[in-house]
Write a protein that binds this ligand. Structure first.
Ligand SMILES: [Mn+2]
Length: 392
């Protein structure tokens, strides 16, 4: 007798709403659940939803997908679903409606086709608390069961955001489990810990267009347990393709040459489903060179979902002149204004100058990471006094 377990992670229901790729999360999830149809158990390691308070449209579509599943579903919450202890997070909401079994710092044991399977789950906690929470919950395998540990953290060396460093390493995971599963990381990983498989399926949908998204397929894992354990990665065929390209520019380059380089690259991309393309321009630009990003974007908008990032360094003097000119013309970006306000406020709070990192988190809408980063980098004891209990 073999038992097939599907592990589908980070479906991010509701992500990119209001954009031309708002259907992606649904299309990809439907493909994944369809391809998991012959499985006997489904594990969802967090970030099922993109937001902690899903819209009715997201509830409806997610319940539609889950109502088509006729096998047990076990889930934990991710950082995107985390709500206060006294509140109900959306994954718990689905449990109340009996769509799944939600676990956090506890386990569930199921009889699947006569095979006892025990799943211990720990939902996301701020990275700086993960080690303490793991020690406190102290997950232990159950005798006579096939034991699975499920988490949603950065686990070194697998780090989602280098600015939000993990407190646990792979070797810190408790031994004795037959399978280790993690969400959070959006690219697939298959390795071993304590001689047993450690799997991260990655997200089913692209949430941020970056290099790793362009290099890794979207999909999920199916683990088949029988005489031996068989693990296969199931690719999502309909997922939107991602392209990422950096261009190095030098002060010698003419604008026409830079433009030609970019357009040659973009003309070479041809996909039926509009791909996500991110172009980064790096290096030094000649003063006064004005790369018209919106013009390029417009030109390709029927074929590509394009974004162009500038990571160019202009000479210090040029930068200052530009800032002054922009100030005069009131063109100072929202980013700069926001950064200045944050810098002033943090000075008052006597917090070390970490505002640039925190600002990046805030711009990304990653408020959890901003708070965690602030807490873990702060000497201020009262800020940390909330303590680990808050996360259990
Ligand atoms: Mn995620």
């Amino acid at each position: 007798m073999t038992v097939k377990i599907a592990i589908i992670s980070d479906t991010h229901f509701g992500v990119s709403r209001g954009t031309e790729r708002e259907e992606d999360c649904w299309e990809n999830a439907r493909e994944a659940f369809e391809k998991a149809k012959d499985c006997d158990l489904i594990i969802l390691p967090g970030d099922l939803f993109d937001g902690r308070i899903p819209r009715p449209e997201d509830w409806a579509k997610s319940m539609e997908i889950l109502s088509g599943v006729n096998v047990p579903v076990v889930a934990i919450h991710g950082n995107h679903e985390r709500r206060g202890k006294e509140m109900i997070n959306p994954v718990e909401g689905l449990e109340r409606a009996k769509f799944l079994k939600y676990i956090h710092c506890n386990s569930v044991t199921l009889d699947v086709k006569g095979v006892k399977i025990s799943i211990y789950g720990i939902g996301w906690v701020p990275e700086s608390y993960a080690k303490e929470v793991l020690r406190h919950c102290n997950p232990k395998p159950i005798d006579g069961s096939y034991n699975i540990l499920v988490m949603h953290q950065s686990i070194s060396p697998y780090v989602f955001n280098p600015l939000d460093p993990p407190s646990i390493r792979l070797e810190d995971l408790p031994p004795g489990f037959d399978l280790y599963v993690n969400g959070h990381i959006h690219w697939p990983v298959k390795t071993e810990v304590h001689g047993k498989p450690f799997l991260i399926p990655g997200s089913t949908v692209t949430t941020q267009v970056n290099k790793s998204e362009s290099k890794n397929p979207k999909g999920f894992y199916i683990v088949e347990i029988g005489e031996k354990v068989d693990i296969k990665f199931v690719k999502l065929e309909n997922a939107r393709k991602v392209y990422y390209q950096e261009f190095e520019i030098s002060e010698k380059d003419k604008l026409s040459e830079v433009m030609e380089k970019i357009e040659n690259y973009l003309n070479g991309i041809n996909d039926e489903k509009k791909p996500l393309v991110r172009v980064i321009l790096k290096g030094k630009v000649k003063s006064g060179m004005d790369i018209d990003r919106s013009k390029i974007k417009k030109k390709y908008r029927d074929r590509l979902i394009l974004s162009i990032g500038l990571k160019v360094i202009e000479g210090e003097v040029q930068k200052k002149i530009k800032l002054l000119r922009d100030l005069k013309e009131k063109k100072v970006s929202i980013d700069e204004m926001g950064m200045n306000i944050l810098r002033e406020n943090m000075k008052e709070l006597d917090i070390p100058p970490l505002y640039e990192n925190i600002f990046d988190f805030l711009v990304d809408g990653n408020i959890d990471s901003a708070i965690t980063y602030l807490l873990s980098n702060s000497e201020n004891a009262s800020l940390r006094s909330t303590g680990i209990k808050k996360w259990l």
